[in-house]
Write a protein of this length. Sequence first.
Length: 75
Amino acid sequence: MLCSIGMRIRIFRVRRALSQKELADRLGVSPQAVSKWETDRACPDIAFLWPLCRILSVSTDQLLAPDFSAKEGQG
């Protein structure tokens, strides 16, 4: 199954053992913003992509690749 960007953010956040609040605090956004990203009700602003990837220890390709699947995210 292919993953949305929101699902990928969640997968990578959980893999790093971060709560939504911890991720939000590190990015300087509200936990509600992170929740909206993860449920695909909103997308992170492009200015957050690099910091988000750095915090989650993933490349922009891993976060944005159109062919990323949930199975890959389980590694």
